[in-house]
Design a protein around this ligand. Structure first.
Ligand SMILES: Nc1ncnc2c1ncn2[C@@H]1O[C@H](COP(=O)(O)OP(=O)(O)O)[C@@H](O)[C@H]1O
Ligand SMILES: [Mg+2]
Length: 235
């Protein structure tokens, strides 16, 4: 079974004269055990597409199957539960809660799913350890570097062992060395056990890590392969 199958995804924003058509009918399948990069210039619809795949945003038309489940056919409450169990989403800006420690932040999806707090913290600490942050578990976000905060955000996305991991420009705010380390960690941790990982990135230093690279332009897929897309898609 494919991890992700999408058919005819259409999405626009606004009404009347101000209406902007952002996605023009996207079809795509992503298999488990693969690291896929989604690239394309700013405004091409990458964030909109992964938000629809991750069930954060509803499409105007089309279907999204995640491991066979038609997610946008689910009512909001069921979709929220399905998302919690199935997807880890890593945001560009980390979105850590400033008053919680690294371990407490990483434990959020488990606590939300009803796992007792002590067990949730212990599991979060184990993931932080694996990401090289064991010694930082009790620190607050402001006591961590940008690269460390991003790794806490990755720990939070992986802590509940989701079958699909989606990341929106996870290295955009990082220096080259931290960015590469974050990408290597995502490749390593996220692919074992087998799960699908989709990463939106502009970072051409890390293209060699992907199994597949999909290039978008103006709400359409214009490149799909194992190699870099043409330069003009990366402006
Ligand atoms: N909530 C929204 N309301 C109106 N326009 C939006 C909204 N979200 C995105 N857009 C527009 O959709 C287009 C694609 O945006 P986005 O998916 O964020 O592109 P990317 O992530 O590739 O930069 C842009 O023109 C953007 O301005
Ligand atoms: Mg974006």
């Amino acid at each position: 079974m494919s991890a992700v199958e999408i058919f005819g995804i259409v999405k626009g924003f606004g009404t009347g004269e101000a209406r902007v058509q952002v996605l023009h009918g996207i079809d795509l399948a992503v298999e488990p055990g693969q690291l896929t990069y989604l690239v394309g210039e700013s405004g091409s619809g990458k964030t909109t597409l992964i938000s629809i795949i991750a069930g954060i945003l509803r499409p105007d038309a089309g279907r999204v199957l995640l491991f066979g489940t038609d997610v946008h056919a689910l009512p909001d409450r069921d979709l929220a539960l399905f998302r919690l169990a199935t997807i880890g989403f890593i945001f560009q800006q980390y979105n850590l809660i400033p008053t919680l420690t690294a371990a407490e932040n990483a434990a959020v999806p488990l606590v939300a799913a009803g796992v007792p707090r002590a067990e949730a913290i212990a599991r979060a600490e184990a993931v932080l350890e694996r990401l090289g942050l064991g010694a930082m578990a009790r620190r607050l976000p402001r006591q961590l570097s940008g690269g460390q905060q991003q790794r806490v955000a990755i720990a939070r996305a992986l802590v509940h062992a989701p079958r699909l991991v989606v990341c929106d420009e996870p290295t955009a705010a990082l220096d080259a060395a931290s960015g590469r380390r974050v990408m290597e960690l995502l490749r390593e941790v996220a692919l074992e056990p087998q799960r699908a990982v989709i990463i939106v990135t502009h970072d051409n230093r890390v293209f060699g890590l992907a199994d597949r690279i999909i290039g978008m332009e103006d709400g359409r897929i214009l490149h799909d392969g194992t190699t870099m897309p043409p330069e003009e898609l990366l402006a």
